[in-house]
Design a protein. Structure first.
Length: 461
């Protein structure tokens, strides 16, 4: 009798578990709705953007959180209106903003086994039915992403494809993949639409204006809770703005130094490791000659007025490059390499005559005045590349690997501080985009463009 009762209980537990699993599958299946272009909604409420009058984002499965959606919406609005750091494009005899739409779904409903082909058809169908882009020049683009299918596609109009070529589309998608694999869909889309805006905006933009003050806390009732969060966020944003300002200042300094190197007048005035000036009270010593010792020259400390900040002990290496004493000692200790961090000239032993960096920046104007044009610039290149790498280490949020690679290319001649990709990472610009996106799109409809005659590209992750 006891065995019969025990068996009955086991059977009940088993079927209960099966029922729960079945119900869970039903719920998952219901949540993961599969979409076709014709069933995609157009009103903001159904597109996951409640509270806004119009939106160029359709996220019916609400994959994005509100903050990411607001920021993306703000960036799209800045692109179409040509707000800094973006600009409008020429269409006939007028300037037209490029319209960019974003569609993301959990899953596509398709009979095609090739998910990339299905994503292309989906994106172009929505692009055409919505009329994304100016009707005259077809200056429009649509970014489509299907999460469960792990596929993304960017559709471009005829006018947009002239600037946003299929090759550049693939580069943008390639940059999205690491974030998509981490399921950072909002950040991946932010990166993509910002890149689209940069590509269609031309070469140069002006620096952004100063940031607005943060809003006060909404109510006294929740002051104790939200006050701490608001203050923490304010300090975090202020820290980011300050870091960006310092990074901008360092890049502007490098622009000046590079120009001086081209004119054969460059004099090293700061440490390549910490980027701090040797003496903030006066210019760097211009009387420095070639080192005569086989070792590093004795450390020196510049004299400053009594009311100036204490100056740093300077160590000049045999190659001519100068460093803060503490910086170079820490560098050698941590790396266990007895050579100059900039030009790789050994600290001890005979100089390497084949080392292009052996003629360091301490050579005076008397040695560079007779040099042929470009020689001094090439001598400075090793220091410039090292300083750029150090800035990447110090400010990884603002100097991306892509930026570093482009800046270190010998063909790059523009100002570092005016690079559009760098300006787009300004925390002030991103904060403004987030605030702008909270209101939704500033336009109620697209301009009547299509994907006909255009291009695009896609891929998986």
């Amino acid at each position: 009798m006891k065995r019969t009762g025990f068996s009955f209980v086991c059977i009940c537990v088993f079927w209960s578990a099966v029922f729960c699993v079945y119900q869970n599958q039903l719920v998952v299946g219901a949540d993961e709705r599969a979409w076709i272009p014709d069933e995609l909604p157009r009103n903001p409420e159904a597109c996951g953007r409640p509270g806004v009058k119009s939106s160029w984002i359709c996220d019916p499965d609400q994959i994005l959180d509100k903050e990411n959606a607001d920021t993306i919406e703000g960036i799209l609005d800045m692109i179409v209106h040509g707000k800094v750091p973006f600009t409008k494009s020429i269409c006939g005899n007028r300037l037209v903003g490029v319209e960019v739409a974003v569609v993301l779904v959990q899953k596509m409903r398709t009979t095609l086994e090739d998910k990339q082909l299905a994503a292309e058809k989906f994106a172009k169908a929505v692009h055409d039915s919505w009329g994304v882009g100016d009707s005259q020049c077809n200056l429009g683009a649509l970014l489509f992403l299907s999460v469960s299918d792990r596929v993304v596609y960017i559709s471009t109009g005829r006018g947009t494809q002239k600037m946003l070529t299929d090759g550049k589309v693939q580069s943008i998608i390639h940059s999205m993949r690491p974030l998509l694999r981490k399921q950072n869909y909002g950040e991946a889309i932010q990166k993509a639409v910002t890149s689209i805006g940069r590509v269609v905006s031309g070469q140069k933009v002006e620096p952004t204006a100063s940031s607005k003050l943060l809003e006060f806390l909404p109510s006294v009732l929740f002051l104790s809770i939200f006050g701490m969060l608001a203050i923490s966020s304010w300090f975090s944003q202020r820290k980011q703005r300050e870091q960006y300002r310092r990074c901008m200042a360092q890049l502007s300094r490098l622009d000046e130094d590079r120009a001086q190197a081209r004119a054969n007048t460059y004099q090293q005035r700061s440490c390549p490791i910490c980027m701090e000036d040797f003496d903030s009270s006066k210019p760097a010593d211009k009387s420095t000659k070639k080192p005569v010792s086989t070792e590093t020259t004795p450390e020196t400390t510049a004299k400053a007025p009594s009311n100036a900040e204490p100056t740093r002990a300077v160590r000049t290496l045999r190659c001519g490059h100068k460093f803060c004493k503490s910086c170079i000692e820490s560098w050698v200790t941590s790396s266990s390499k007895m050579d100059c961090p900039v030009c790789r000239e050994p600290l001890n032993g005979r100089p390497d005559s084949n080392n292009s960096g052996s003629a360091g920046p301490s050579e005076s104007s008397e040695s560079s005045s007779g040099a042929e044009p470009g020689v001094y610039q090439r001598r400075y290149d090793s220091e410039l590349n090292f300083r750029l790498a150090r800035l990447r280490y110090m400010y990884p949020r603002f100097i991306t690997p892509t930026l570093l690679s482009r800046w270190r290319n010998n063909s790059y001649r523009d100002a570092f501080a005016d690079d559009v990709a760098f300006l787009a990472l300004d925390p002030v610009v991103l904060a403004r985009a987030n605030r702008s996106g909270e209101e939704g799109s500033s336009r109620r409809s697209f301009g009547g463009g299509s994907s006909r005659g255009g291009g695009g590209g896609g891929g998986s992750w």
